[in-house]
Design a protein around this ligand. Sequence first.
Ligand code: NAP
Length: 295
Amino acid sequence: MVIDCRTKMVGLIGYPAKYSLSPAIHNGAFEALGLNIVYSVFPVEPKNLEAAVKGMAALGFLGFNVTIPHKRAVMPFLHSIDGEAEQIGAVNTVVISDHQLIGYNTDGVGFIQALEDGGIDAAGKNILLLGAGGAAKAIAVALALRGAASITIAVRTLSKGKSLAEKIAGLGVKATVIPIAPLTDSKKPIWYNENAKEENFIPPPDIVINATPVGMTPEEETDLIKIETLPQNCVVCDLVYGPQKTMLLEKASDAGHVVLDGSGMLLHQGAKAFTLFTGINAPLEAMKKNMAVAL
Ligand code: NAP
């Protein structure tokens, strides 16, 4: 690829700049389609965020992705924010068009697309979500907007779970917060308590999603949930994409559950961002190939 005076830029801002698969995914896609666009990573200290955002607009960037710690902090510097990103309260993709900066969040919709690739429709499903951080928020809002029946949020820090549950309940979906410890420790399912009052009843999950970093370091992975407590036809998803098969997914798969790793969400959040930046359908096969090499 020739970089010349017509080359357009996109990139990722975060701090500190961690290893990211996004350059491999996006640059592979630009190359596959012969687009004169380059994707790079820019470490931006929080105190420089506004200057960096204005600088990218002034330099004619097509847009940029946003990661920790700027996903929320970037919002005041944008001209408008897409409805789903507004609901999530975080932006991971910014499009710059006619000097206007528009914020989006492609994490939730990327996860939904990964589910659909696996033949799974979120509508009407009871979800058990482990964690209430940035990724969990995006996914919970996306699932609620697509008609999930209920979302049970299992957390270490109850206050974080409660604020997410309030957001989900505000979207008209039953949301319950539970401490994660009983799932980790007990071999007894917590969802068949016939004596529970209506508001405390936990529906047996159709889909379990690990949205914590547990599993990223295989030698340190511990059980977040006892697989033997899950209903037979329950789908188990892990947002962790490195390693692709966490211990959670291995155990779930051995027990006969359909499993989904985090690579599908990673691919599709990138593909949605690609389309927002370029207005072109993403070359999924090229993106997948480059992602597999970089993983
Ligand atoms: P985050 O904002 O830091 O949130 C992490 C959540 O996990 C918090 O709720 C945290 O609870 C909880 N947690 C951390 N360690 C835990 C433990 N040992 N036991 C129970 N809960 C624990 O992180 P994030 O950005 O949401 O990312 C979460 C995971 O999703 C990471 O593995 C990340 O790589 C992955 N991810 C994947 C994709 C993809 O495209 N596949 C996209 C985004 C994120 P506390 O609040 O109590 O600390």
